[in-house]
Ligand binder design. Structure first.
Ligand code: FMN
Length: 539
């Protein structure tokens, strides 16, 4: 048996975890469904701080989230932070089918396995003691992992949000490819937080200069776990709003955290793991982020967004009703207004969620499989998301593609949609997405192509960042689909090289990181839907 490397580069990991038409990436041969990992991480022996639940949808519409300055900022306090967590990482429903019952959350996750954990680090808030808190979505409460004496914390109010991943949650089911899914899920979670912050009139700024080790130290996920599955640090986001400071330097936060009293024992999620996937730890090691100089602020398009048909509905309702379709009406046609709006909301805009919460400027570009859209010829299309990306894609994709601009889909910021190939691409879309009918039966399917620049080799943590962008694009598609009366589904299972061959991707300069589909959903009436927090009584 050959020894596994203890550190893998993004390229080595990515190539190794490609699904091929004749061979899936290494994963478990059998799954013991009765021994699924516990879906919720808990920290025992921590003071608990329950958060209020939203009782009324409020006056902010989904469209308001897309109009910078339209929402009067809410105070940054315990109620506001609770509302943000509820609509971003909280439960959205329970589902029941026969004896099986499972929770869904506002943020989606591959296989509904939810590797992403949320944290709040707060100082100087009026009604939440200074500390580091782990968010428990099942109970909608904060577990205080670290507390501070008042003397240590006489500074202006400031709040950071943190994300970490428990890789085992995904690896349990998906084996070696699971690391990709964890990163896509981080992208969804950070985008969900950006939409939630916008609801309160707040912005999120990613603290890109921090090292992973520093993030781990601040969140306390570097502490011994006593045999529980470890959490890997992902990123911190500063809440920006009137009246709060946003000190981003690691030094002052870490000095503060070093003076804290830490508590809490994490629960073991899977007491009898059947397999081990050392490659996950190896790529995690190979993509660890050191401290780096701050990156330039996000630059995006300033033009207003196009309205979506259901933009006037309460934002809270839309954020909570997001779901994945399990099946689509194969005859359902997307109307042109919805199609244009779907693309418009992928344009990176300043002050519009989720874009400025991302660490990098746009590097991920959708290729569309248009099946049934009113007024659009079926075929393959490309949407380069920055003005230089057209040339990049043109050089990297099949030289026979037509690259015909579609003036009917004029987009802001000088961006445009291009028709590459005309024809029925339903069969190939389904085949490439691991034979999943949803990619053929939706009205449009997407393949999200990431620029594989030399930066990824030099700064391998950007491999994660590119997945986060792809996940954030997925979240924008999920929510915009809802605002258009449609439904989306993320697709992590696809045959990488078959797609690259279809598109004629040369030299590995582009790599598909995520697929997606949108259309008219078919509902499974056998599955019962129950409210998310009926089990909590907060009288
Ligand atoms: C990264 C990612 C990959 C996914 N891949 C697939 C997929 O290949 N096929 C599928 O049917 N659903 C896929 N999904 C949808 C999840 O199964 C779904 O999000 C999860 O079951 C939770 O349900 P919800 O989205 O309705 O909350 C994916 C979701 C994410 C976020």
């Amino acid at each position: 048996m050959s020894a596994e490397p203890d550190r893998l580069s993004p390229r080595a990991y990515h190539d190794r975890t490609k699904h091929q038409l004749d061979r899936y990436a290494a994963g478990p041969g059998t799954l013991d469904w009765d021994a699924q990992p516990d879906p919720f991480r808990r920290y025992a022996d921590c003071p608990e701080f329950p958060l209020a639940l939203t009782t009324a949808p409020g006056t902010v519409s989904f469209g308001d989230l897309h109009r910078p300055g339209a929402i009067t900022p809410a105070p940054v306090d315990r109620a506001g932070v609770g509302r943000l967590l509820e609509v971003a990482l909280g439960l959205s429903a329970w589902k029941q089918y026969g004896p099986d019952r499972w929770a869904l959350r506002c943020n989606p996750s591959s296989g509904n396995l939810h590797p992403t954990e949320g944290y709040v680090v707060s100082r100087g808030l009026p009604d939440l003691p200074d500390g580091v808190y782990h968010y428990r979505p099942d109970q909608h409460l904060l577990e205080q992992r670290a507390g501070f004496s008042a003397a240590a914390t006489a500074s202006a109010p400031a709040v950071l949000l943190g994300l970490s991943s428990i890789h085992w949650r995904e690896a349990w089911k998906y084996g070696e490819r699971a690391y990709r899914y964890c990163q896509l899920d981080v992208g969804h979670a950070l985008a969900a937080l950006a939409y939630g912050a916008a609801l309160l009139g707040w912005q999120l700024r990613p603290l890109t200069e921090w090292s992973d080790a520093e993030v781990a130290r601040l969140l306390g996920v570097d502490q011994p776990t006593g045999g529980a599955e470890p959490e890997h640090p992902d990123l911190l986001l500063a809440i920006e709003a009137p009246g709060v400071a946003s000190p981003s330097d690691a030094e002052s936060w870490l000095a503060w955290a070093a003076a804290a009293t830490w508590r809490g024992r994490p629960n073991v999620l899977d007491p009898r793991p059947l397999y081990q996937w050392p490659v996950i730890e190896a790529v995690s090691q190979g993509t660890t982020k050191p401290a780096t100089p701050p990156l330039p602020a996000f630059e995006g398009v300033a033009a207003p967004c196009l309205p979506a048909p259901e933009d006037a509905r309460p934002a809270v309702d839309l954020l909570r009703q997001r779901r994945s379709a399990q099946a689509y009406d194969p005859a359902g046609t997307m109307d042109f207004v919805a199609f244009r709006c779907l693309l418009d909301r992928l344009v990176p805009r300043v002050g519009v969620p989720p874009w400025s919460a991302l660490p990098e400027s746009p590097k991920v570009h959708p290729v569309l499989f248009v099946h049934r859209v009113e007024g659009m010829t079926p075929g393959l299309y490309a949407l380069p998301r920055h003005t230089d990306a057209r040339a990049l894609l043109l050089g990297a994709l099949d030289q026979r593609f037509a690259w015909e601009a579609c003036p009917e889909v004029a987009l802001a910021g000088g961006l445009a949609l291009y028709r590459l190939f005309t024809g029925d691409v339903r069969r190939v879309a389904g085949l490439i997405s691991c034979h999943q009918a949803i990619a053929a039966q939706g009205a449009v399917a997407f393949a999200l192509l990431a620029e594989w620049t030399p930066e990824i080799e030099d700064e391998p943590w950007r491999y994660r960042w590119r997945h986060w962008e792809a996940g954030a694009l997925g979240q924008a598609l999920y929510l915009t689909a809802e605002a258009c009366g449609l439904r989306g589904t993320g697709i992590g299972c696809y045959f990488d090289e078959a797609l690259h061959e279809l598109l004629g991707v040369r030299d590995g300069r582009l790599q598909s990181l995520y697929h997606f589909t949108v259309g008219h959903p078919r509902h499974d009436t056998r599955i019962q839907t129950l409210p998310p927090y009926a089990h909590l009584r907060r009288d």
